[in-house]
Ligand binder design. Structure first.
Ligand SMILES: [Zn+2]
Length: 134
């Protein structure tokens, strides 16, 4: 489900809350992957033969997973904060009460790391004021 559809169905506040939870889940995953990387490197020195390659694979997997999870954490959190900072209607000062009119064009299957859409065109549900968030 895209961001406009999610906000339309559940509201901006819920979308924002979910972004914070999801991004911090990625932060936790990055930390666990970092532990896998560190423990793989630690055990690597004492390993020989098949165990050496198994530990090397585990360390490489941990490192790759940590980078992907960290990237997702930073992108999701940055976008959520960017949208939240500009979610206040300039006319009536209500926060997060709007309908999405449009968004930056996105491609189907965009990974979360792309950070798209970077902006949304919205209309306040209280006063009808229109502005762009993001
Ligand atoms: Zn308003």
């Amino acid at each position: 489900m895209g961001i406009p559809e999610y906000i339309h169905r559940h509201g901006f506040r819920r979308w924002y809350e979910r972004q914070l939870i999801e991004s911090h889940a990625y932060l936790t995953l990055a930390f666990v992957a970092l532990i896998l990387l560190a423990s793989g490197i630690e055990v690597l020195a004492d390993s020989t033969g098949f165990n050496y390659f198994a530990m090397l694979f585990a360390a490489a997997l941990g490192g790759t997973l940590m980078l992907v999870a960290w990237r997702r954490f930073t992108v999701l959190l940055a976008r959520a904060e960017q949208f939240a900072e500009s979610a206040t209607c300039a006319s009536c000062r209500s926060w997060g009460e709007f309908r999405v009119l449009g968004q930056e064009s996105t491609v189907e299957g965009d990974p979360p790391e792309s950070g798209r859409p970077r902006w949304l065109r919205v209309r306040c549900t209280r006063c009808g004021n229109e502005w762009r968030i993001g």
